[in-house]
Design a protein around this ligand. Structure first.
Ligand code: HEM
Ligand code: SF4
Ligand code: SF4
Length: 410
């Protein structure tokens, strides 16, 4: 197919040392008029320093969201890119695919769309970019036939992500894929019919390395952790020290423990004061053969992470310090917790207010009361500086907490 437009500005983007999206788009434009005009419009944007895509409303039968419509405002100059909609498609948990399914997905998009695919977007979706309005339904039907569903968009539960986790990663503390699947299947209605104050994201990371960045990005983050001691293989520790030298071990492991709870002993073994370990993963990440998470594994649940919106960026706040996620009943409890959080926020959140912003507005204590969780000292990292803590009646409250703990232990 002949080249449609001169693109001097875009061409410059191919000159760097890294792979260029422009090169990819040009290659695709050889067989797609639509992409040829998208390149033309992008060049036009670069020259005039304006964007020319506008949104709209578009979806497939029975769904309230999941398609991101884009209409060109300069369709007279770039008619083949007049409509360039994106279908958000939910990924497989852990983002594992076999080549057969990937080929089939590509074939669907060659037949029903522009051929341009992005795996995966910030949202976690597979993004099928570039369909005309009349292509959207048949494209979805074909993708759905392969077992995939539309993702979330608008004020709804959004597409979820989980790390590769237990399938391939030795740090994993629960089955992320299982939890992901169970939770998403439980919130299908809230995903496809936008009726919440704003978006709500679940993300699943198997350990505190948090490869899904869930603490920053998820309204409800499920992050694997353990509550017993770090597993130590002292013979591997010794080998590590002998290979790398005490200097490196001291500089890169011992002094980098944020709570200074590891000691290197004279016989080249280590001792960990597990009570003071905050599960940051640093030592485990460095000494992968010698150290691994404990055996009593589960997850910490945090709520309220998000990027800037009404207020600045927020990290998630711990609301459940430790939760086992081994059995179906455990997963049911996780789903029930998600339900009570979403219900409370749906009732009390303002229009376009993320869950974390609501918590910031009404206070953590009110939120916890609203979803029926007891305040726990493990929720607070720095009691003396936390704005959530009140120290009047401290002793009385501490006594109540101790009594509750004793009750729980009995
Ligand atoms: C054909 C035109 C476009 C399409 C189909 C499109 C579609 C999308 C989609 C599907 C997402 C979600 C991405 C994800 O989940 O990772 C997105 C994100 C975004 N888009 Fe676009 N978009 C288009 C043009 C633009 C333009 C022209 C701008 C700005 C000048 C823009 C700004 C953004 C921003 C800031 C985000 C958020 C990115 C993130 O969170 O990582 N988009 N767009
Ligand atoms: S979050 Fe932890 S378990 Fe998941 S892939 Fe990353 S390191 Fe592995
Ligand atoms: S996980 Fe982090 S806090 Fe715990 S012992 Fe290792 S470095 Fe220290």
């Amino acid at each position: 197919m002949a080249k449609k437009h001169e693109t001097p500005n875009l061409d410059q983007l191919e000159s760097g040392p890294w792979p260029s999206f422009v090169t990819g788009l040009k290659r695709l434009a050889e067989r797609s008029d639509m992409i040829g005009d998208v390149l033309g419009q992008l060049e036009h944007s670069y020259q005039t320093r304006k964007g020319y895509w506008k949104g709209g409303t578009l979806t497939v039968r029975g769904y309230g969201g999941g398609v991101i419509p884009r209409f060109s405002e300069v369709a007279d100059q770039f008619p083949d890119a007049a409509e360039f909609h994106t279908l958000r498609i939910m990924p497989a948990p852990g983002m594992h695919y076999n080549t057969d399914i990937l080929r089939k997905l590509c074939d669907v998009w060659d037949e029903h769309g522009s051929g341009l695919l992005a795996l995966h977007g910030q949202s976690g979706d597979m993004m099928f970019q570039g369909a005309r309005s009349e292509q959207v339904q048949p494209a979805f039907d074909a993708i759905n036939e392969l077992g995939f569903d539309l993702g979330g968009a608008g004020p709804s539960v959004r597409t979820s992500m989980s790390c590769v986790g237990s399938a391939r990663c030795e740090h994993s503390c629960y089955s992320e894929a299982n939890a992901h699947r169970k939770v998403m299947n439980s919130f299908v209605d809230d995903l496809h019919r936008p009726s919440l104050p704003y978006k709500f994201k679940f993300k699943f990371s198997g350990c505190p390395n948090d490869c899904m960045n869930s603490i920053q990005r998820a309204d409800m983050a499920v992050i694997g952790t353990w509550r017993d001691d770090i597993q130590v293989k002292q013979d591997e520790v010794r080998k590590f020290v002998q290979e790398r030298g005490r200097h490196e071990v001291i500089d890169n492991v011992i002094t980098r423990c944020p709570t200074r709870c590891i000691t290197l002993k004279d016989d080249d073994t280590i001792e960990i004061d597990n009570r003071n370990c905050v599960r940051c993963m640093h030592c485990i990440n460095v000494m992968t053969k010698a150290l691994s998470p404990g055996q009593d594994r589960g997850a910490t649940i945090l709520v309220g992470g998000k990027r800037t919106l009404k207020i600045g960026d927020l990290f998630g706040t711990v609301i459940v310090p430790f939760m086992k996620l081994d059995t179906e009943e455990d997963l049911d409890r996780l789903v029930a917790l998600g339900e009570s959080i979403i219900d409370f926020w749906a009732e009390n959140g303002l229009e376009h207010e993320r869950c974390g912003e609501m918590i910031d507005r009404i206070g953590l204590a009110n939120f916890l009361e609203g979803i029926g969780l007891d305040v726990d000292p493990s929720m607070i990292v720095h009691p003396r500086t936390s704005s959530y803590i009140r120290t009047d009646k401290w002793d009385e409250e501490a006594e109540k907490w101790r009594a509750r703990q004793a009750e729980g232990a009995a």
